[in-house]
Design a protein around this ligand. Structure first.
Ligand SMILES: *Cc1c(COP(=O)(O)O)cnc(C)c1O
Length: 472
């Protein structure tokens, strides 16, 4: 046996390495709810320790883990905690973290049933659960991908396949050159990953027929052009700024009659369908053809966990199909026919665990709580002079601004510096705004009040600062 192999056998048998990392994990979890939400300047500076040449020879595993924990841990953002409101992130349900850890050691790749019977089984089970939870057509198929970016890509690839196939054009064989034209109709508020997918698929963003939106960011249904069977209509469940939902009920019915392919980007919002008090928002989604949704946002699975759902299984598997002399197809589920990748990690392990753990009522309660916290945030922040809420709180997003773009920017920067909570900025109908996304199971009423106080402090700092400048 050579030296490195010998060493690795020792490490896997002598449990110290794993005990050490387990100890760090537990310490991390213990502190995550109380620590600064964003890393300190010092912690970020210290990352320079990683700037080194690839070591010439093997080093100690213990030291590798030690370095990672000492310098990596303080430079993490506390997305797992209750006061990280940036982007639309989501925490992780504890059982999901534990299941992920177990799955990590199994190291499964559910490309084919024969490669991972457990991965294949869980994917089949969760596919059914999701269809049931989202009330989608019974014949819908699911692909388990890295996130909604990929799920959007897959849904639109299936749409492209089907529309061209109807025109006697096999996209896989003939490519796009000289192919029949595909129309794309979507909202001016479509998420940038939708545009990215359109670009990657060669459909061209210049070909988009843009539809104007109302003051919440929803498509104005009357402005949708004539639709036909060569059209992909892309709708949104959960606007990334306002959380607003397109009016699926009226739009989808009309589009379906025209045999239009409807794709819904529901990265975080599709989950409204699983909540009794919120599923009025997703009424009509069952009439779409494909849907993209994340586990790692609203459902709080660990990263990376996205799902593409498609009612046209043949289009989806044709768009993503591959074959090879060594591939062993089974009568059970071979996951790779539903995803762009062949090998991928078995993220289904966490997804299954969390759905099994929460059950329907647990999912409902967790998501409704996020909504209530968002409403609480809006109510509390509006009581403070100088803050304005710019959207209707239908789901989990709150858009806040101050009296001017300049003040909003400065206050946001102060909030970020305080590190008591974290959020980012955006532009909403031409105005600079702060966007608060509440999508962690761990956010308590107290977290909201504490964060609102941090906003207040940040505004006071700005006023004091402005006065000082004025006096000088
Ligand atoms: C986050 C998001 C995406 C992209 O999803 P990823 O999981 O980050 O790839 C797409 N659309 C919307 C509306 C989103 O919020």
């Amino acid at each position: 046996m050579n030296d490195v192999q010998n060493k690795m056998f020792l490490e896997i048998r002598d449990k110290e390495l794993f005990n050490q990392s387990q100890k760090y994990v537990l310490e991390y979890l213990e502190n995550i709810f109380d620590r600064n939400v964003y890393p300190t300047e010092k912690a970020i500076e210290n990352l320079s320790i990683f700037d080194e040449e690839l070591p010439t020879s093997s080093t100690s595993a213990k030291n590798v883990i030690e370095q990672l924990n000492t310098y990596g841990n303080p430079a993490t953002t506390a997305t797992l905690g209750g006061r990280y409101f940036g982007f639309v992130c989501g925490s992780a349900v504890p059982v999901g973290l534990a299941a992920k850890s177990l799955g990590t050691y199994w190291d499964q790749a559910p490309a084919m049933n024969i490669l991972s019977p457990i991965g294949s089984k869980l994917e089949s089970v969760v596919e059914k659960w999701l269809i049931d939870l989202f009330n989608l057509p019974k014949h819908t198929s699911a692909g388990f991908v890295s996130g909604t970016s990929t799920a959007n890509l897959c849904g639109l690839a299936a749409a492209r396949y089907r529309i061209l196939q109807r025109n006697n054009w096999n996209i896989n064989e003939k490519g796009l050159r000289n192919s029949p034209k595909i129309r794309i109709v979507t909202s001016k508020q479509a998420h940038s990953t939708v545009l990215k997918a359109i670009g990657i698929l060669g459909l061209g963003t210049e070909n988009i027929e843009w539809i104007d939106v109302d003051n919440q960011g929803r498509i104005i249904p009357e402005l949708i052009p004539e639709l036909d069977e060569n059209t992909i209509l892309i709708l949104q469940a959960g606007n990334v700024n306002s959380g607003a939902f397109d009016d699926f009920e009226s739009i989808c019915e009309k589009a379906k009659k025209n045999n239009t392919w409807i794709h819904i980007d529901g990265a975080f919002g599709l989950w409204a369908e699983a909540v009794d008090k919120l599923n009025y928002l997703t009424k009509g989604i069952e009439n779409a053809t494909s849907w993209a949704v994340d586990g790692h946002k609203t459902l709080n699975t660990p990263y990376d966990c996205g799902i593409v759902l498609c009612a046209d299984q043949e289009a989806m598997t044709s768009a993503l199909h591959m074959s090879g002399s060594y591939i062993i197809e089974s009568t059970k589920r071979d996951g790779m026919f539903y995803t762009p990748e062949m090998s991928r990690r078995a993220r289904i392990i966490e997804l299954w665990s969390i759905m099994k753990y929460l059950g329907k009522s647990g999912i409902d309660e967790m998501i409704l709580t996020m909504h209530q916290r968002a409403k609480q945030f809006a109510e509390e922040i509006e009581k403070i002079k100088g803050f304005y809420v710019e959207n209707n709180i239908v789901f989990n997003q709150v858009i806040v601004r101050c009296d001017s773009d300049k003040i909003t920017e400065q206050v946001l920067s102060n909030i970020q510096m305080l590190r008591e909570c974290w959020l980012g900025g955006s532009v909403w109908f031409g105005k600079k705004v702060m966007r608060v996304s509440i999508c962690s199971w761990a956010t308590t009423k107290n977290d909201i009040t504490k964060s609102v106080k941090s906003f207040e402090k940040a505004l006071k700092m700005e006023i004091t600062n402005a006065n000082t400048v004025y006096k000088q």
